[in-house]
Design a protein around this ligand. Structure first.
Ligand code: MN
Length: 387
């Protein structure tokens, strides 16, 4: 059984001021061509199909096109919702689409109902676990403890119970989660719940292959637990990523053998750092005139018209960061620069320190801040789920 594992398409997402619509369309062309050329038996899409709950029309059109093309291939597809998707919206028409061979799994209650695939060695039960927001699905899974590990563990218990009723059946799970050992980057949305974002890989024990989504870098946690990563870079922190999909051959005994298939690169990413006059003059930077560029300027004083001047030499410069080589760099930094790379908890903790003359929050205050952030995040998710 040959599987093609991908995730985190984020249809509708741009890259700074550049639209990625054409790049996303080229990726879908590449996906369809790979299914044909590599004689793929099933496609697995592990969540974050869209970039946001209510995607722009151009993204909906791309998705519609993808559904038609996947359906026309005659190859079954199993697709789950991620934390960026609205499960309810993505799941519209799931029953009908299933008849066309595109199996959308967006309802937590259906996680132990597998899509059954088969080859000459027998059946493969393929379980799609949609992204499980702990506080919204605790009742469904009857768990008391907060956090991702408890709800994902309960969902996997159901999967193992179902699997136990299917002798000699190989198994695949799709999940959208932050698994311990995974390497995050800047373009994933934080899913910290109860102060913990990551779940141990052990929750997936007992299945032959786990197709993960959420982290945007392609990575191998073990032979049988992998992230495909996103097909395109969605932040400059991914400048060194090699974007790909996993082509997984599931053997007769359920042992997976995975091969990496690279995705098309619309334009390479690069990051440079230095004073503006040096960057504009440095001959070794000539190859970067073609790249999407992030420039970190170290001039002591913010240069006037920096973006326009840089764009004359580097037409694809997209992002400017100021990190002056000065005695008091913090004083010269802009608001966005000061927030860069820091999570909500760090930002609120620093705010407390700022307004109290340098005294940061103590343990109890930190817990309060965490609770408030968690409540805000869950409220937003609940409003989305109810709307
Ligand atoms: Mn994602």
């Amino acid at each position: 059984m040959r599987l093609l594992h991908t995730s985190d398409w984020h249809l509708g997402r741009g890259f700074h001021r550049v639209s990625l619509r054409d790049a996303q369309e080229r990726f879908l062309d590449h996906l369809v061509a790979t299914v044909r050329e590599e004689k793929v038996d099933a496609v697995l899409v592990a969540g974050d199909v869209y970039d946001r709950a209510v995607p722009p029309l151009s993204a909906v059109e791309l998705f519609d096109d993808a559904l038609h093309r996947l359906g026309a291939l005659g190859v079954p597809t199993v697709m789950i919702s991620g934390n960026h998707d609205s499960a309810r919206r993505l799941g519209v028409g799931a029953g009908l689409l299933g008849r066309a061979g595109v199996h959308l799994r967006t309802d937590p209650a259906g996680c132990a109902t597998p899509v059954l695939l088969s080859d000459e060695h027998g059946e493969i039960a393929c379980y799609g676990l949609p992204y499980l927001e702990p506080s919204l699905v605790r009742t469904e899974f009857d768990v008391e403890q907060p956090g991702h590990a408890a709800v994902l563990g309960a969902a996997m218990d159901r999967v193992r119970t179902d699997l136990a009723t299917r002798p000699a059946t190989r198994s695949v799970v799709l999940a959208h989660a932050f698994v311990v050992g995974g390497e995050p980057c800047d373009s994933e949305r934080d899913i910290t719940a109860g102060g913990v974002a990551a779940v141990p890989a052990g929750v997936f024990d007992g299945v032959d292959y786990v197709a993960l989504g959420h982290l945007h870098g392609c990575q191998t946690l073990s032979e049988r637990v992998r992230y495909s990563g996103s097909p395109l870079a969605y932040s400059f922190s991914e400048a060194d990523h090699r974007k790909s999909m996993w082509l997984v051959d599931l053997g007769p005994d359920g042992r997976p053998h995975a091969e990496r298939i690279d995705c098309p690169v619309p334009r390479r990413l690069a990051r440079v750092r230095g004073r503006i006059d040096d960057l504009l003059a440095d001959p070794t930077l000539a190859p970067l005139t073609d790249a999407w560029l992030e420039v970190t300027l170290t001039d002591a004083v913010r240069p006037a018209d920096a973006m326009a001047r840089l764009a004359e030499r580097f037409p694809h410069v997209l992002n400017l960061v100021f990190e002056p080589d000065a005695d008091d760099p913090a004083g010269a930094l802009g608001y966005a620069d000061r927030l860069r790379g820091r999570d909500d908890h760090q930002i609120t903790a620093d705010f407390v320190a700022h307004v109290r003359g340098g005294r940061g929050p103590d343990e109890a205050e930190r817990a309060l801040l965490r609770d408030a952030l968690e409540t805000a995040r869950v409220d937003a998710a609940a409003r989305e789920a109810a709307s």
